[in-house]
Design a protein around this ligand. Structure first.
Ligand code: 5AD
Ligand code: SF4
Length: 445
């Protein structure tokens, strides 16, 4: 049997909470593979189509509805096709019932809390029963789901699930429940296994990795300790993590990074806004000054750190001056990469009930200006890399051309001659930059 597995979310390359969704798709695919299905690019040849949804912004949701339109046509052509919808979107209040009404052709709807039952749902729908099963509350962590990894040299590893932060704009705590940390021994065993299989980059995943272990009830095992223990596993690899909440990003963690050269120097630290009144309304629990201090500490211990962030425009009641503070923040800090978002109303969140929602046209205009500012900054920072040497993990190598990421998270393209460098760590000297792209040559050593 064959399945088309469609992952419906914003582009895969994006670093944000949605990596959770990408990795969950790998688990769904793992279960399907274990049950004899294989992946097909050709949707019309599929026996089952699984839409793993994301609801963090309205744009993500509309994409899914668009995709369901296509799936409906496929089902008309092939009535034996099974259609499953799962992921965050189904966890919203009344979402499953609404979806079923709107798209009666769906065979299976389940949520993020009961992914571990996917296998048994598969046999139920094979026996011609339709299933809707979305759990309101999270359960204990379920281990041992098979995983079909699909991210090249990199392997995602969940260290925790859920979020306790309740940023006022965000739907995640409602659809993913409270924070639950995986057992450290189980995590380390999984990672050792991956390193034995020759994965070269491990990315620890959680909505807020810095609060790892807070739910264990004692203070013995936090993120800093986990990070250190994983970094010290005796293999050649690079260790990354996401996402960090600035309020919990501690000096202790920064020191562990500084002491372990194999921990990526590319840190994603979402700031969301550059103005204190807006940050308070967002319930972010830090000020611009506190955020800036964190960056200073990071740069003190890790001078070559590369930074990225998430920044939102058009939060309810954001004024032109407050928006200008966000632009200023970009100029002051110098992120090599910024993920910009237009604030999107999410039903059930505090911000959705706030007065003075910002006009869409104003939001569009602000995001355009933000992107233009960042483009100039990114260009300038890329220029500053010229002449420097980096350690690059080569993740592409073909016909004499290679590329990969530096320890500070930048992509570099270089000539590799006859060598096959895929999966190797190599030294590259950057020779020129064009816009935000870097070009270099292999160092002679
Ligand atoms: N509207 C726009 N962007 C959002 N994000 C989270 N919720 C919303 C929303 N309602 C962004 C934040 C977060 C990233 C994963 O998505 O910037 O860091
Ligand atoms: Fe959402 Fe805030 Fe939790 Fe991130 S930390 S998932 S933005 S509530």
């Amino acid at each position: 049997a064959i399945f088309a597995f469609s992952l419906i979310l914003e582009p895969k390359v994006k670093i944000d909470g949605c990596q959770m969704n990408v990795h969950e798709s790998e688990k769904l695919a793992g279960v399907l593979e274990k049950n004899g299905y294989e992946l097909t690019e050709d949707k019309s040849a599929a026996d089952i189509i699984v839409l793993n949804t994301c609801c963090i912004r309205e744009t993500a949701e509309s994409k899914i509805l668009g995709n369901l339109g296509i799936v409906k046509k496929l089902k008309e052509l092939n009535p034996s096709l099974k259609v499953a919808v799962c992921g965050c979107m189904t966890q919203q209040k009344d979402a499953a019932e609404k979806l079923k009404k709107r798209c009666p052709f769906i065979n299976l709807i389940f949520g993020t809390h009961n992914i571990h039952l996917f296998e048994s749902y598969l046999s139920e729908i094979a026996a011609n029963e339709n299933v809707i099963d979305v759990w309101e509350k999270e359960t204990e962590i379920q281990e041992n789901l098979p995983i079909r990894r699909d991210s090249g040299l990199n392997a995602w590893v969940n260290i925790m699930y859920g979020c306790n932060n309740f940023c006022s704009y965000c739907i995640v705590p409602y659809v993913r429940g409270r924070e639950r940390s995986r057992n450290p021994q189980v995590i380390i065993r999984e990672i050792e296994e991956l390193l034995k299989q020759d994965y070269k980059e491990i990315t620890l995943l959680g909505q807020n990795v810095n609060s790892y272990g807070n739910d264990f009830g004692d203070n013995r095992y936090g993120f800093a300790r986990l990070l250190k223990e994983v970094a010290e596993l005796p293999y050649k690899f690079r260790l990354s993590f996401m996402t960090s909440h600035p309020k919990d990003f501690s000096e202790e963690v920064v020191k562990v990074i500084a002491e372990h050269p194999n921990i990526s120097r590319f840190i994603h630290l979402p700031v969301q806004a550059g103005n204190d009144r807006i940050l308070a309304l967002m319930n972010r629990k830090y000020t611009v000054e506190q955020y800036t201090e964190k960056i200073k500490t990071l740069r003190k211990y890790v001078p070559n750190a590369g930074l990225s962030t998430d920044l939102m425009v058009g939060f309810p009641s954001e004024t032109e001056e407050e928006f200008a503070d966000s632009v200023r923040l970009l100029e002051n800090i110098g992120f090599s990469n910024v993920f910009t978002f237009i604030y999107s109303r999410r039903s059930g969140t505090k911000a959705d009930l706030m007065e003075n929602q910002v006009d869409y046209k104003v939001k569009r205009d602000r995001i355009k200006r933000l992107i233009a500012t960042q483009f100039e900054i990114g260009k300038k920072l890329a220029g500053e890399c010229v002449g420097k040497e980096y350690e690059v993990l080569c993740d592409y190598c073909s016909d004499g051309k290679a590329s990969g990421k530096t320890e500070c998270g930048r992509n570099v393209t270089f000539d590799c001659g006859e060598k096959n460098l895929y999966g190797k760590f190599v030294k590259v000297i950057v020779e020129k930059s064009r816009n935000t792209n870097l070009y270099g040559r292999l160092s002679e050593e």
